[in-house]
Design a protein around this ligand. Sequence first.
Ligand code: 5GP
Ligand code: ZN
Length: 118
Amino acid sequence: MHDPDCLFCKIVRGQIPSKKVYEDEDVFAFHDIHPAAPVHFLMVPKAHVHSMAGVTEVHAALLGKMMVLAPRLALEQGCNPYPDGGYRIVVNTGTEGGQEVHHLHLHVMGGPRPWLKG
Ligand code: 5GP
Ligand code: ZN
């Protein structure tokens, strides 16, 4: 299922170009166009889900798969290993949660500091 007006649905379908990191039948990952860290990519379900606020039991396996995949892709993309390396996995949700693109996505951000304040 896709939303023809959704930016990330268009990226998943190749209608808008992106720098692909990973793809399988359920998940698509690509570099963020405005990286906030030396490594910054986004992971999205191929099927349109607007946000974490749209998640139900039917998405449990998909989200589990994405969370299992994220550490592997983080290392493949150049994040340093835990515990001295690491990365942030962030899911902005809704306007007050800082979400700008309303297709559920995980930000995976890492690489050598300083890029993370605090
Ligand atoms: P949000 O604020 O919704 O959590 O994050 C949206 C992210 O999508 C931002 O980090 C932004 O840089 C990224 N983004 C927005 N438009 C595009 C685009 O056309 N291509 C790519 N690769 N990233 C985008
Ligand atoms: Zn979408």
